[in-house]
Design a binder for this molecule. Structure first.
Ligand SMILES: *Cc1c(COP(=O)(O)O)cnc(C)c1O
Length: 368
C-alpha cells in the first residue's frame, strides 16, 4: 500500500458537511472581505491561544513582515534569524529593509539558541526571530531572558507550531507581535493562503488592523502607508471550522509521532526528533536524520512511501542571499541539517499500521 507524504483526504472528508455549510453561509451573506467571519475567527483564534488579539492576514510571510514593521524594525537594523529556517523568516526581514543575521540552532532540537545568537549580536541588533521549527516550541524562557537583557524585540515565527506550548504557554504569545501561517499543509490550513498575527498589545493590534487594510481604520481615511494584506471571509469561515478540530488533530499528530518512536529502529545512522524539557511538539513534521539521506529517500520512494526535505538548501546558501557573501561552511550545522534531514509521512488519519510500514522499510534500508 502506498503511503503519501501528505494526504488531506481523511481530514477533509470528516469535516466536509461543516465546510460546505461555511461556504454556503458566506455565499448567502454576499459579504466577502472584512466581515463577521473574520471577526469571529480572530476572536476564536485568540481565545484558542489564550492571547488578547489575533489579526488575520493574507499569508504567513505577510504576517511576519507586518509584525516586524509594526515594531519599527527597518533600514539600518539587524534581526537575528536561525540559520536553518524556511526562507520566509529571512525574507520578512529583508522586506522591511533590515539585515538578516544568521545564528546556528541548538544541535538537538534544531531550534533558536540564545548562546549562538549572543555571538552575533551587534549595536545594530534590534530583534530576534525564534522559529518553532517542525512544530516544537523553542526554549522561550531563555529566549525571553536573552531578549530582555539585550533590549531586543521578539517576533516568533509560529507558522509550523499552532497550539504547541512552552511551559504551558502557547507559542506565538511570547513575542510582542508574532506571525503564523494557514498555508494548506500547515497544522491549521486554509483552502488557500492565509496567516495571522498574535499580540497582547492593544495599540499594536489596532495599528496592525489598519496596516493590513491600506493603513485605514475609517473608510477612505488613510492614516499611514498601508498594504492590502487581508484574510478573506471565505478562508476565515473555513478556518473557524478547522480551528474547532485542531486540539484533536494535534493530539492525533502527537500519537502518530509516538508510534514512530515505538516502531523506528534504534540505529546509529538514524537520528529521531528530540523534545526538550518544558517544550511541547505539535509535529507539523516528523524529521529524522541520516548520513545516507538521499539513498534512504530513494529507497522509500521505490516502496511507495513519500518523503520531503525541509529544507535542502540553508537560507544563507540561496541565490537570493548571495550578496551577504556567506560561503559554504559559514554555518556548518545548518548545512549539515540540509544534507541529512528527511521528513516522514505524518497526517491526520494515518494509522499505526501505516507507521509500522514506514518504520519497517527504514529498518530494511538500514540493515542492507
Ligand atoms: C510556511 C512558513 C512560513 C510562510 O507562510 P506562508 O503562509 O506560506 O507565507 C514562514 N515561516 C515558516 C517557518 C513556515 O514554515
Amino acid at each position: 500500500m502506498e503511503i503519501p507524504f501528505l494526504n488531506f483526504a481523511p481530514m477533509h472528508q470528516a469535516i466536509e458537511p461543516e465546510m460546505l455549510a461555511a461556504f454556503q453561509r458566506v455565499y448567502a451573506s454576499n459579504w466577502f472581505i472584512m466581515g463577521q467571519e473574520l471577526e469571529a475567527f480572530e476572536d476564536e483564534y485568540a481565545h484558542a491561544n489564550a492571547c488578547q488579539y489575533a489579526i488575520g492576514v493574507s499569508n504567513g510571510l505577510d504576517a511576519l513582515i507586518l509584525s516586524l514593521k509594526v515594531l519599527g524594525i527597518g533600514p539600518g537594523d539587524e534581526v537575528i534569524v536561525p540559520s536553518n529556517t524556511y526562507i520566509a523568516t529571512v525574507l520578512a526581514v529583508s522586506h522591511v529593509g533590515a539585515k538578516p543575521v544568521f545564528a546556528e540552532p541548538n544541535a538537538q532540537t534544531y531550534n533558536f539558541d540564545p548562546a549562538k545568537a549572543e555571538a552575533v549580536l551587534s549595536a545594530a541588533t534590534k530583534a530576534i526571530m525564534p522559529v518553532h521549527l517542525y512544530g516544537q516550541a523553542c526554549a522561550m524562557d531563555e529566549i525571553m531572558a536573552f531578549a530582555e537583557k539585550h533590549q531586543l524585540q521578539v517576533v516568533e515565527d509560529n507558522a509550523q507550531a499552532h497550539l504547541a506550548q512552552f511551559q504551558g504557554q502557547f507559542t506565538g504569545t511570547f513575542g510582542a507581535a508574532n506571525g503564523a501561517s494557514f498555508y494548506p499543509g500547515k497544522n491549521l490550513g486554509a483552502l488557500g493562503d492565509g496567516g495571522v498575527i498574535t499580540t497582547n498589545d492593544l495599540a499594536l493590534a489596532e495599528r496592525l488592523r489598519a496596516l493590513r487594510n491600506y493603513g485605514s481604520q475609517k473608510k477612505y481615511h488613510n492614516a499611514e502607508i498601508g498594504y492590502n494584506m487581508r484574510l478573506d471571509e471565505l478562508q476565515a469561515a473555513f478556518l473557524r471550522v478547522k480551528l474547532a478540530h485542531l486540539p484533536e488533530w494535534t493530539r492525533q499528530r502527537q500519537e502518530i509521532a509516538s508510534w514512530y518512536h515505538t516502531h523506528l529502529p534504534a540505529h546509529p545512522d538514524l537520528i529521531l526528533p528530540a523534545v526538550a524539557e518544558g517544550a511541547s511538539h505539535s509535529y507539523h513534521l516528523f524529521v529524522v536524520r541520516s548520513s545516507r539521506r538521499d539513498a534512504l529517500q530513494s529507497y522509500l520512494h521505490a516502496q511507495g512511501i513519500g518523503t520531503l526535505i525541509h529544507y535542502p538548501i540553508a537560507p544563507h546558501r540561496q541565490e537570493a542571499y548571495q550578496h551577504l557573501n556567506l560561503a559554504e561552511g559559514s554555518f556548518p550545522l545548518a548545512e549539515e541539517l540540509a544534507q541529512t534531514v528527511l521528513s516522514l509521512p505524518l497526517w491526520v488519519g494515518m494509522t499505526e499500521g501505516d507507521v509500522e510500514q514506514v518504520a519497517q522499510a527504514i529498518k530494511q534500508f538500514l540493515q542492507r
